[in-house]
Design a protein around this ligand. Structure first.
Ligand SMILES: CC(=O)N[C@H]1[C@@H](OP(=O)(O)OP(=O)(O)OC[C@H]2O[C@@H](n3ccc(=O)[nH]c3=O)[C@H](O)[C@@H]2O)O[C@H](CO)[C@@H](O)[C@@H]1O
Ligand SMILES: C=C(OP(=O)(O)O)C(=O)O
Length: 437
């Protein structure tokens, strides 16, 4: 088990560049299965989940070649469809969530596909209904195996057929999966209540460059006219907005002065405003964000004077992946906030550790926590903890970096799933994080 030893109280100074976006990479990599032609992708983050997906593509017969730092070329000429039905595939695919998005392209191009229950963060129920019902709306047959351990899908004779669908929820991976299935279906597909985060916009734009016909990109109403064939392309991943948000929170809480380079500000949506409402202010300098040292920051109240709520919502609402960061940052703010994690029911339990460290938090129920900030009057105390998921892991790292004394964070494999060389990059700015096992 990998472990970090963190010495708190070391403010950072300097510049940091966000990695390519994890959740975009997972969609884009699955899309290479849609064409036998070469697809070259730049700004691929070197993180565990993404590398596992590239390895999985290789095992399926996709030729993969590293062509530069963070750049790979792919050619899906001889794809071994049967491999998807093997126990070896199941073992590898169930290690990450993103593998689920192989279903759509495989169904579109080869007419059949299989997937075990995907992995990813254990943060509550993560059902696949939206994906499967979407495929069924395109005429696919859904045949789970006897013990329900494998989701098997088959296209009808003549291939998938476009249709209208209103998604039961704006699932991110579900929308990506259905879009990738529909681009080569016969006729027109209309997807209403589609997720529309920048990652999905990036996927759709890439598919259009490959020859797909998609309108409504960036909205929740996508219209797709099926085409017979998609060709190769080149694509560059956006910077990871969750990393950008994590660095903003980290800087404020540790009283650091940092510049986050090339953030693609226009694609950050409501994230900057939400930090502003926490009393964290920064300057946009071109496409960089400069965060001055914050002696303190005060959470705004709502206009009627009531306590602010920070809640997640489908894009363009606030991503759930940053709520753990907002929560930990609030522990040293002036004022109080209610953190409401609406989407996932097991993502707030890490607050026990923050309470052990001296934070004032009331876990109201699995979805809601009230945080009463210390306004830096009381420092958190270093402690020993375990990272339960990627984002809680980073929240604990932020807590440890701001705390008095030494902390130990175990299971940092969870953090490594989503953050590239996080210890090395933060140490370069003055943090004190040692990887000890
Ligand atoms: C690999 C990847 O891209 N993972 C992201 C993706 O996961 P993923 O695509 O798995 O998440 P979904 O968008 O399907 O749903 C997430 C959860 O939110 C609930 N839900 C979803 C939509 C909705 O309108 N209402 C609602 O309550 C779902 O029931 C589910 O419990 O999107 C999540 C939501 O942004 C992020 O946390 C994950 O980091
Ligand atoms: C929940 C996340 O990832 P995944 O969907 O891959 O588990 C995340 O990135 O915060």
């Amino acid at each position: 088990m990998a472990t970090f030893e963190v010495l708190g109280g070391c403010p950072m100074k300097g510049e940091i560049t966000p990695q390519g976006a994890k959740n975009e990479a997972l969609q884009i990599l699955c899309a290479v299965l849609l064409t036998p032609e070469k697809v070259t992708i730049h700004n691929i983050p070197d993180i565990v989940d993404v590398m596992q997906l590239i390895e999985l593509l290789g095992k399926m017969g996709v030729e993969t070649e590293k062509v530069g730092e963070g750049s790979y070329s792919f050619r899906a000429v001889d794809v071994d469809v049967d491999y998807m039905f093997s126990p070896e595939f199941s073992r590898a695919a169930s290690r990450l969530r993103g593998s689920v998005m192989m279903l759509g392209p495989m169904l579109a191009r080869f007419g059949r596909a299989a997937m075990p229950k995907p992995g990813g963060d254990k943060i509550g129920r993560r059902r696949l209904d939206t994906h499967i019902i979407g495929f069924q709306n395109l005429g696919a047959r859904y045949e789970p195996n006897e013990d329900n351990s494998l989701n098997v899908l088959a296209a009808p004779d003549g291939g998938l057929q476009g249709g209208y669908m209103l998604l039961d929820e704006a699932s991110v991976t579900g929308t990506a999966n259905i879009v990738m299935a529909a681009v080569m279906a016969r006729g027109k597909t209309v997807i209403y209540n589609a997720a529309c985060e920048p990652y999905l916009q990036q996927l759709c734009k890439m598919l259009v460059r490959m020859g797909a016909n998609i309108t409504g990109i960036a909205s929740n109403l996508l219209t797709i006219e099926g085409v017979d064939y998609l060709g190769g392309t080149t694509h560059t991943m956006l910077p990871d907005m969750i990393e950008v948000g994590s660095f903003i929170g980290m800087a404020a809480m540790t009283r650091s002065e940092i510049t986050i380079k090339d953030v693609s500000f226009d694609n950050l949506g409501i994230i900057p405003t939400q930090f502003n409402r926490m009393g964290i202010h920064f300057e946009q300098r071109g496409d960089d964000i400069y965060i001055p040292c914050h002696d303190n920051y005060e959470i705004e109240s709502f206009l009627d004077g009531s306590i602010m709520t920070i809640a997640d919502a489908p894009w363009p609402g606030l991503t759930p992946d940053l709520l753990s960061v907002f929560l930990v940052v609030a522990t040293q703010a002036k004022g109080s906030v209610l953190i409401h994690q609406k989407m996932f029911e097991s993502r707030l339990f890490f607050v026990d550790k923050l309470i052990d460290m001296g934070a004032q938090i009331i876990l109201c129920d699995p979805h809601r926590a009230t945080v009463i900030g210390h306004n830096h009057q009381v420092q958190l105390r270093g402690t020993r903890m375990t990272s339960p998921d990627i984002r809680a892991g980073v929240a604990l790292l932020i807590a440890a970096m701001s705390a008095q004394g030494r902390s130990v964070i175990q299971n940092v494999e969870q953090i490594d799933r989503g953050y590239q060389n996080i210890d090395g990059r933060l140490n370069a700015l003055g943090a004190n994080i040692k990887r000890i096992e």
